[in-house]
Design a protein around this ligand. Sequence first.
Ligand SMILES: NC(=O)c1ccc[n+]([C@@H]2O[C@H](COP(=O)([O-])OP(=O)(O)OC[C@H]3O[C@@H](n4cnc5c(N)ncnc54)[C@H](OP(=O)(O)O)[C@@H]3O)[C@@H](O)[C@H]2O)c1
Length: 237
Amino acid sequence: MSTLQNTRILLVGGSSGIARRIAKDALAAGAEVVLGSRRPEALADTVAELGSGASAVHLDLDDESSIAAVTTLGPLDHVVSLAANHANGPVADLDRAAVERAFAAKVVGPILLAKHVAPTLRDGGSFVFFSGVAAWKPAPGLAVMATTNGAVAVLAEALAVELAPLRVNAVSPGIVDSGSWDGMGDGKQKMFDATAASNPARRVGRPEDVSAAVLLALTNTFVTGTTLHVDGGGRLS
Ligand SMILES: NC(=O)c1ccc[n+]([C@@H]2O[C@H](COP(=O)([O-])OP(=O)(O)OC[C@H]3O[C@@H](n4cnc5c(N)ncnc54)[C@H](OP(=O)(O)O)[C@@H]3O)[C@@H](O)[C@H]2O)c1
């Protein structure tokens, strides 16, 4: 096992609820964290709350020059990308631009992160990319989500072989109370109750469940080319 002490970690999609928890846990383990997203100004409160060792940068995975600029941030040990853009709905109604944004956030962006950043990572470095349970549990209206998340798992295997000895892994959450469901209003609790009733783990996930898997992927030097499923067994129910 390696340690996160004195490492520097870039968290792309840093304004997500899960990213905030990873940042907190990584800081507690002695790392420095840089949170990147398209709206770094939205991260100001989070950075202030995280305190010393946390900072925010502008980073848009839909813009290759923004990704290339990561190499000017100074030495990094690990890159974790949680960025996601959704293009949900019946296939007949899908908007091409939305589909492309979804692929940019989850698939093309991570490929370009590997292209630009892998050559500059310190020895022992790694990538963690975010997949999701929809890849293993297809449902009507979620074709793009299933396909992008499935691609992330395959990408982790392909890059683990190509970029070795850098390590590359994926983390696949199930339904997690990360804040991203809060817009559902009253429907959120109903959906959570239904998920918990059918999950083998009998509950929905919490950001700390996912963060623990990310920290394992970052520090266990014998784990590469793997998707860690943190879904309460939801893909099987
Ligand atoms: N929460 C769940 O139940 C669940 C379930 C399955 C999988 N997951 C996966 O877990 C990850 C985190 O989930 P979450 O719910 O915490 O996330 P979230 O709240 O949906 O946040 C997504 C983040 O991606 C950033 N982003 C979007 N497009 C980007 C781009 N082009 N470049 C850079 N950043 C971009 C957004 O920030 P800006 O708008 O500032 O750019 C935002 O911070 C996601 O990959 C998600 O698909 C979550």
